[in-house]
Design a protein around this ligand. Structure first.
Ligand SMILES: [Zn+2]
Length: 349
């Protein structure tokens, strides 16, 4: 769905007061907030991945809003305790950051620290090891820097005009949607690898510039406010892999982080995390591997019933397109996700 449509939906829920009517029924016991980048807003016209970043000011505003509402900000371990012991005397939120971006340390950490807010970072082992491919950013770079691009699709070369901002968005959306829609991940990487070679995008340099290395993660992990979670070995769409690969990714993803940091890792987030990337098979494997909790990107707040689905937890995305506390109000009321989920509280299928 287009951000503008979602924003209108949020605004309707907010300004009509519907979110307030639905809140008692659908706010649940707490929520896991999901973030990616935290950095000062850029002013480039073409920012197709803008939904993945919020400004430091908005993070700060969010934490203040939670404190004002008297909502506890807790670690994943504490969330697990409250869910399993059914301790719902106070509403709670977990702050989670995916992928281990350096801006989390530079921009988010000082703010979280100032608020005394525990938080978790889910690290895919391949990102600090620089094998990881931030393909969605490579695609963005190639389109941003060129007036047209050519890629091989189904054996034929296709050209896309991307001279204007509008054309850049159209090209990005078309290719992104096509790549995400593929049944397997290998052809996605083949296409983006080809594009990167052709247009001089250095994926290793992207990872170097954007992702923390192990020593930076280790330094953060020393703070009791910080939980480091697993995010698979190679940041893959598990749902598109064979069961063996999915199990290996979930197992070694944790072992590599544990070996690099010398600490136990008990929490997981599924990369991409939507229905195509994580389903009942992954929820079962994660539980069997002993993860205490695992987070999807399925939108939702937490209900008491999630205690029976600890490896299929929903999250609320703190999305760069909606950086205003009125959207937080709507999200935390559970109204938007209740509508989205057809008023179903738990979606673990
Ligand atoms: Zn991720």
């Amino acid at each position: 769905m287009k951000p503008a449509i979602i924003r209108t939906g949020f605004d309707m829920l907010y300004f009509s007061g519907t979110h307030r009517l639905l809140r008692p029924l659908f706010e649940g016991v707490g929520a896991i907030l999901m973030l990616h980048h935290v950095r000062p807003q850029r002013h480039d016209q073409f920012q197709p991945n803008r939904s993945l970043e919020v400004s430091p000011a908005f993070l700060s505003e969010t934490l203040s809003w939670l404190r004002r509402r008297d909502i506890d900000i807790v670690s994943l371990d504490e969330m697990h305790r409250r869910l399993t012991e059914r301790d719902f005397r106070r509403r709670f939120v977990c702050m989670t950051f995916d992928d281990g971006y350096r801006d989390n340390r530079v921009h988010a950490y000082p703010i979280l620290k100032r608020h005394g807010a525990p938080f978790a970072i889910y690290v895919p082992a391949s990102f600090p090891e620089r094998r990881g491919k931030l393909w969605w950013l490579a695609l963005e770079s190639a389109i941003a820097a060129n007036d047209s691009i050519a890629v091989t699709m189904d054996g034929t070369e296709r050209n896309f005009r991307c001279a204007t901002t509008r054309q850049k968005y159209e090209t990005y959306d078309l290719l992104y949607r096509r790549l995400r829609g593929l049944a397997r991940e290998a052809p996605l990487h083949a296409l983006v690898d080809e594009l990167s070679v052709r247009y001089g995008v250095d994926m290793r340099r992207l990872a170097d510039a954007l992702c923390m290395d192990w020593s930076e993660i280790r330094a953060l992990a020393g703070d009791p406010l910080v939980t480091i979670g697993a995010h698979t070995a190679n940041h893959i769409m598990l749902g598109k892999a064979t069961e063996d690969t999915a199990r290996r990714e979930l197992k070694s993803g944790r072992e590599l982080v544990e070996a690099a940091l010398g600490m136990e890792v008990r929490h997981l987030a599924y990369p991409y995390g939507g229905h195509d990337a994580a389903g009942p098979r992954e929820f079962r494997i994660a539980a069997a591997l002993g993860y205490k909790t695992a987070a999807t990107t399925r939108p939702g707040v937490l209900f008491a019933a999630h205690a029976r689905h600890l490896t299929a937890l929903p999250r609320l995305s703190l999305n760069g397109e909606y950086q205003a506390t009125r959207y937080l109000n709507v999200l935390m009321s559970g109204a938007a996700t209740a509508l989205y989920n057809g008023f179903r509280r738990v979606d673990a299928a």
